[in-house]
Design a protein around this ligand. Structure first.
Ligand code: HEC
Length: 130
């Protein structure tokens, strides 16, 4: 009898990394992708609910902060470390964190998403280093 352990491990890994649908709520995406670091403050990630840490970030504005987070900053991995995460999915997870950390944002409308995408391109091109 031959049991293919490699295939089993691979299958398990694929189940734990779901393709994230845009329709999924920001709270669900936060829990699946962001909470592992932002829940406990791993690598000094700003914690959910830590208003003092989030205030200066929120002050950067939704377009800038969403774009910079999506591209990645120091210990913050691009797309929160999930290559399947869309800009919209990332943005909604961030709205959830912000709204639980002293801010009041809404899911970005198409105009805001377009502005975020523009800022992502600028950030990637290195025009906008923080
Ligand atoms: C592997 C751990 C990890 C995961 C997963 C992660 N983050 Fe982060 N995040 C960090 C760390 C660490 C920082 C602080 C980076 C710094 O300023 O040095 C950070 C910072 C941020 C910032 C502030 C960026 C800035 O411009 O200063 C945002 C926004 C953010 N994360 C959003 C998210 C969202 C949304 C998710 C889930 C989709 C997520 N993060 C998942 C570790 C993580």
């Amino acid at each position: 009898m031959i049991f293919n352990i490699k295939a089993a491990v691979l299958a398990a890994a694929m189940i734990s990394l779901p393709t994230l649908a845009n329709a999924q709520s920001g709270e669900t995406t936060y829990k699946q992708v962001c909470a592992s670091c932002h829940g406990a403050g791993v690598l000094n990630a700003p914690k959910l609910g830590d208003k003092a840490k989030w205030a200066p970030l929120i002050a950067e504005g939704q377009v800038t902060l969403t774009a910079h987070g999506y591209v990645g900053v120091r210990g913050m991995p691009a797309k929160g470390g999930n290559p399947n995460l869309s800009v919209e999915g990332f943005a909604d997870a961030l709205v959830y964190m912000v709204n639980n950390s002293g801010g009041k944002w809404t899911s970005p409308n198409p105009t805001t998403v377009a502005a975020i995408n523009k800022e992502i391109e600028a950030r990637k091109a290195g025009l906008n280093k923080k």
